[in-house]
Design a protein around this ligand. Structure first.
Ligand SMILES: [Zn+2]
Length: 116
């Protein structure tokens, strides 16, 4: 999947990556290519390839995991607060599970106590 990403420039794409706290790097083998963590799937690899064939010209985005350009663009331009909220919710869910497990262990313990 590859398509021209207009009218945004490479600088803007890299700015968005910074906003999202996603790492990116210049691909050593080609000065026109940058690699980054894909904002859509956030696979823990340099899955996103950003190509800038002409300096300050339109760029193309390609994800090795198969995200479409639209998905990448949406994720890139999304409000960066959202991932933090998602993370907070995930942590809250973890805490809830820990509490539920503790309660289950306590109930099991009490149930054993009653039987004795
Ligand atoms: Zn992706």
């Amino acid at each position: 999947m590859s398509a021209t990403y207009e009218p945004s420039s490479l600088d803007l794409a890299l700015e968005y990556l910074r906003v999202h706290g996603l790492p990116y790097r210049w691909a050593e083998q080609d000065v026109k290519v940058w690699e980054a963590v894909c904002p859509a799937c956030r696979a823990m690899e340099w899955g996103l390839t950003i190509r800038e064939p002409v300096r300050n010209g339109p760029i193309s985005l390609q994800c090795s995991s198969g995200c479409t350009v639209d998905e990448i663009r949406q994720a890139l331009e999304a409000d960066p607060i959202e991932p933090r909220v998602e993370q907070a919710l995930a942590l809250a869910e973890q805490a809830r599970q820990v509490a539920a497990e503790s309660l289950a262990a306590l109930e099991s313990h009490l149930a054993k106590g009653k039987r004795q």
